[in-house]
Design a protein around this ligand. Structure first.
Ligand SMILES: NC(=O)c1ccc[n+]([C@@H]2O[C@H](COP(=O)([O-])OP(=O)(O)OC[C@H]3O[C@@H](n4cnc5c(N)ncnc54)[C@H](O)[C@@H]3O)[C@@H](O)[C@H]2O)c1
Length: 263
């Protein structure tokens, strides 16, 4: 059960939509918004996982609803936002977190279908969700905050990761452009670019790279010498949505334990 308590960041009366809420960073972020008093809309592909999180939040005294969504489909993205407005009457915060790592393959071997799938979900999906979220916020006339979830691969490439890296770089351009368009309407748009975070995606990647190579080759490059927790990324997201970040838009926040700060 989640103990729900308000704090200086209290988001009572506010409504937050989180894509990819069924696991990892999205799940932790949904819980964090609920703890701050926000009503949450959970969107992802797995209905069972979403339903169990709705139940968990409601048992803790929060308000939540779920909608099965494939963010790469315009109709799903539109319905997701319509469901948020129909259920809670407004939209204040949106976190575009849904993403996949795709196949690890060198460009010479990367299949066109794999490229399309990663770009469709990670980049086109971000654009589609953002479009409908922004429309709803503009119609609401109360402003809002949108946080896209990139990666340290929004700045760093890696061999075998071209599609993922290209999609994550693209999200930075989407964020800065959307920020320029929406800031005059009181809607801030930022991007959070995590380093290694302990989620199901992280464990799938570890399974490919191997624990030993990961622990001995990668983790020592992280200044704090460990992988992050999903809750630590959720904190960064909540901060950017909060009024504490009222002057922050179009920018990148990189919770990565220092990974990208040295060579
Ligand atoms: N875990 C890390 O180390 C790490 C590091 C940097 C960035 N990220 C990014 O953080 C985000 C979340 O990753 P995670 O580690 O929590 O992964 P995860 O695999 O645990 O969760 C991904 C979520 O996205 C959802 N999703 C995938 N495709 C979708 C689609 N088409 N429509 C709707 N939902 C979809 C999944 O259902 C799941 O809820 C991703 O954008 C990822 O690229 C993760």
């Amino acid at each position: 059960m989640i103990a729900l308590r308000g704090s200086h960041m209290s988001m009572n009366e506010k409504v937050a939509l989180i894509t990819g809420a069924s696991s990892g960073i999205g799940r932790a972020t949904a819980k964090a918004f609920a703890v701050q008093g926000a009503s949450v809309i959970l969107a992802a592909r797995r209905q069972d996982e979403l339903d169990s999180l709705v139940a968990e939040i409601e048992v803790g005294g929060g308000k939540a609803t779920a909608i099965k969504t494939d963010v790469s489909k315009a109709q799903d993205a539109e319905q997701m936002v319509a469901h948020a407005i129909a259920t809670f009457g407004r939209l204040d915060y949106a976190v575009n977190n849904a993403g996949i790592e795709g196949q690890i393959a060198n460009i010479v071997d990367l299949e066109e279908d794999d490229w399309d799938r990663v770009l469709d979900i990670n980049l086109k999906g971000n654009y589609l969700c953002l479009r409908y979220e922004a429309r709803a916020m503009l119609e609401g006339g109360r402003g809002g905050a949108i946080v896209n979830i990139g990666s340290v691969n929004s700045f760093l490439g890696f061999g075998g990761g071209a599609a993922y890296v290209a999609s994550k770089h693209g999200q930075v351009g989407l964020t800065t452009s959307a920020s320029a368009e929406l800031a005059p309407h009181g809607i801030r748009v930022n991007i959070v670019c995590p380093g290694f975070v302990d989620t199901p995606m992280h464990h799938r990647i570890r399974g490919i790279i191997g624990d030993e190579i990961f622990d001995q080759g990668m983790v020592p490059q992280v200044h704090v010498r460990r992988v992050g927790k999903p809750e630590e990324i959720a904190s960064a997201i909540l901060y950017l949505c909060s009024d504490e970040a009222a002057f922050i838009t179009g920018t990148t926040l990189t919770p990565d334990g220092g990974f990208t700060m040295t060579v």
